[in-house]
Design a protein around this ligand. Structure first.
Ligand code: BTN
Length: 335
């Protein structure tokens, strides 16, 4: 029962916001809103106030009605809904002003049976998780989110999902006009040699059965140089730093979700080779001399290719080829 009431309230707020948005800059009378939404004038007031409490700037005068003046710079479900172009990814949104890690919360949702595409997004993470057990710097101004996927794939194919995410992010970066994009295997997107975003795909699986994947993505969006700790300044960049102005984080997030859905569907319909081709179509580390820091040591050589499951092939000076399914890659001359 509570859920039905909650979803009706959300629907009314969504429609109210749509009406106000469609008439941005103009007043819309309480009378007209109440007729169009099929609710009382009191309900209109209540919901206008609820939107104000979420950070929407709405001007109201008794004779004129209500005018939307500004929307909050937050990754709110109502904002995401208004910009979303993907069909499944992001239809259910869980938003947090602050959270330990969106990965952890998504795992909880997945274990409770939540359907594919659920999006957990936060303004900041206090315990952001990076690859290989590292912590991940995720303050306000960035875009930190996790997506629940239930791919009908064997577990050994899961790494290709994070390659697909890298491609989606690189495509968004290219659309924003960013130059010097480099895909650093397995899934970092570098701009001018500095890391713009990180991807972490964690899964729940049995040896031959994949239950779900939590795909975590962090994008340094509106972050100034001095918002990074000293030790990250040489290695990391942000959209704000690269573009020279702040970006609309909701639009970027929705664009990433749309591209991600496109490549995810491509993976399911056409198989991993189509993703590997897309990955290779962006500037990447293949052909470069790299160092791979893996669990069983550090290896150097030329990045010779990717195998059919996305593993990295390195050829050393002696011409010997080695395959890596995980590891940190550093490229000579690149951070
Ligand atoms: C890496 O580069 O090491 C991967 C970083 C992944 C960070 C994202 S931010 C959203 C999601 N929640 C987390 O705790 N981690 C991922």
């Amino acid at each position: 029962m509570v859920n039905i009431v909650e979803s009706q309230t959300t629907k009314i707020r969504e429609e109210l916001l749509n009406l106000l948005r469609a008439r941005t800059g103009f007043y819309l009378s309480g009378e007209e809103i109440s007729v169009r939404l099929g609710v009382s004038r009191t309900a209109v007031w209540k919901n206008v106030n609820a939107l104000r409490n979420q950070g929407y700037i709405i001007e109201s005068y008794p004779r004129l009605g209500h005018k939307l003046k500004d929307v909050p710079d937050l990754l709110l479900p109502l904002e995401i809904k208004a910009h979303l172009k993907s069909k499944a990814l992001g239809q259910n949104v869980y938003h947090f002003a602050s959270i330990g890690s969106t990965q952890e919360y998504s795992f909880g949702l997945a274990q409770k049976g939540m359907s594919e595409g659920a999006l957990v997004v936060a303004e900041e993470q206090t315990g952001g998780r990076g690859r290989r057990g590292r912590s991940y710097f995720s303050p306000r101004g960035g875009i930190w989110f996790s997506i629940l996927l239930r791919p009908p794939l064997p577990p050994h194919m899961a790494p290709v999902i994070s390659l697909a995410a890298g491609v989606a992010l690189a495509e968004v970066a290219a659309e924003l006009g960013l130059q010097s994009i480099l895909l650093r295997w397995p899934n970092d997107v570098l701009i001018g040699g500095k890391k713009l975003s990180g991807i972490l795909a964690e899964m729940s699986a049995e040896p031959d059965l994949l239950h779900f994947v939590i795909l975590g993505i962090g994008i340094n969006a509106n972050m100034a140089r001095d918002s990074f700790p000293e030790e990250l300044r040489q290695m990391a960049t942000s959209l704000e730093l690269e573009i020279g102005q702040k970006v609309n984080r909701v639009e970027i997030l929705c664009n990433v979700l749309q591209k991600l859905e496109k490549y995810y569907m491509q993976l399911l319909e056409k198989g991993p080779s189509s993703i590997l081709e897309a990955w290779k179509s962006f500037p990447n580390i293949l052909g470069k001399h790299v160092k791979v820091n893996s669990l069983d040591g550090v290896y150097e050589g030329v990045a010779a290719g990717l195998d059919e499951e996305g593993a990295l092939l390195i050829k050393d000076d002696a011409g010997q080829q080695r395959k890596f399914v995980a590891g940190d890659v550093s490229v000579r001359g690149v951070s």
